[in-house]
Design a protein around this ligand. Structure first.
Ligand code: FUC
Length: 318
């Protein structure tokens, strides 16, 4: 099922399948309507979506190594592909048809809430987990709120996997990026954390001052976990061509920034044409593999507690 909400500044189309962001439309400096996220034309196109375009990711976004994890002395085995567990497994939350909980079309603050239940041991994770996501427009912002509760202790890391391109076409190499991050998580050959943190200074990951993505020395695509210095000012993305700027604010400690080199030929809505490095994802979340990394902050959700990831994408014109 497809649902659209809008106010005078933004319009969002979401799908119950995967609780997916399909289109997010804002106006450019000439008043032209631009879809700033990659999205497919038809709902059925999302049945094959290996890049998780626009989808809600869980129960654990990112990678978990070592075949699984141990919690409260019990071992939980997780689905592996090439030696890692990715984005919640074979049938993660991105492949569920979520329930529409609420649709409010009120003035400047319309919202959509989807919910889903993931039973105990689904994809190997403990606990009957109830998850909701609310997409709410607040003036020129889209606020995305994930909440979850479990009846047993479990691990959790939810995020949204929207791919942004503020021109609605082409590539993001001409977009300017600023990240509130002086440190990134060192990854091994399988993109699993080594447990070390590295300074961005002198690397292609130094976006503490705004820099054009394609002009960053040594740039060969980003697929990395940035530790946020100031989560409420996590990122700023700006496209000179349209004048659209997007600020990302979150209550999470990290953001996975991903600029896919080539997503392949995909059925994008309205025949939108994207090139190499078409887009950039800001997946606000906690650290990957935290269930196996004792030095990382815990990703455990205790029975009866409420998990909350609140991330805001705010648009303006420069
Ligand atoms: C991101 C990346 C992964 C993967 C996926 C589709 O979260 O970290 O490498 O390719 O998205």
């Amino acid at each position: 099922m497809k649902h659209t909400i809008q106010n005078s500044d933004i319009s969002l189309t979401a799908l119950s399948y995967g609780a997916t962001v399909q289109q997010l439309r804002v106006r450019d400096r000439n008043g032209k309507d631009i879809n700033v996220v990659l999205g497919f034309g038809e709902e059925d196109d999302y049945l094959h979506n290996p890049s998780y375009i626009g989808a809600s990711i869980g129960r654990y976004a990112g990678r978990i190594g070592g075949g699984g994890f141990t919690l409260n002395g019990t071992r939980y085995e997780l689905h592996q592909e090439n030696g890692v567990h990715l984005h919640g497994g074979e049938n993660g939350l991105n492949k569920k048809d979520w329930q529409l909980e609420a649709l409010s079309d009120e003035g400047d603050h319309p919202s959509i809430t989807y919910s889903t239940l993931s039973p105990h041991l689904e994809e190997g994770y403990p606990g009957n987990l109830k998850v909701t996501v609310t997409y709410r427009l607040e003036g020129r912002s889209l606020k995305v709120t994930y909440k979850a509760t479990s009846d047993r202790d479990t691990v959790i890391n939810l995020t949204n996997h929207a791919y942004f391109n503020l021109n609605g076409k082409g590539a993001v190499l001409d977009h300017e990026l600023k990240l509130s991050s002086g440190t990134f998580v060192e990854l091994d050959g399988k993109l699993l954390p080594t447990g070390n943190f590295r300074d961005v200074a002198g690397t292609a990951y130094d976006f503490r001052s705004p820099a054009f993505i394609g002009q960053q020395p040594g740039f060969s695509g980003i697929d990395d976990v940035f530790v946020l210095d100031t989560p409420s000012e996590a990122a700023v993305l700006y496209a000179p061509e349209t004048g659209i700027e997007m600020k990302v604010a979150t209550n999470q400690r990290a953001v996975v920034v991903y600029t896919p080199e080539d997503l392949g030929a995909l059925p994008f809505a309205e025949g939108a044409a994207y090139g190499k490095y078409s887009s950039i994802c800001f997946e606000a979340q906690t650290f990957p593999d935290a269930p196996n990394q004792p030095a990382f902050p815990s990703a455990v959700l205790r029975a009866g507690d409420t998990y909350c990831n609140e991330t805001v994408f705010e648009f303006s014109i420069r």
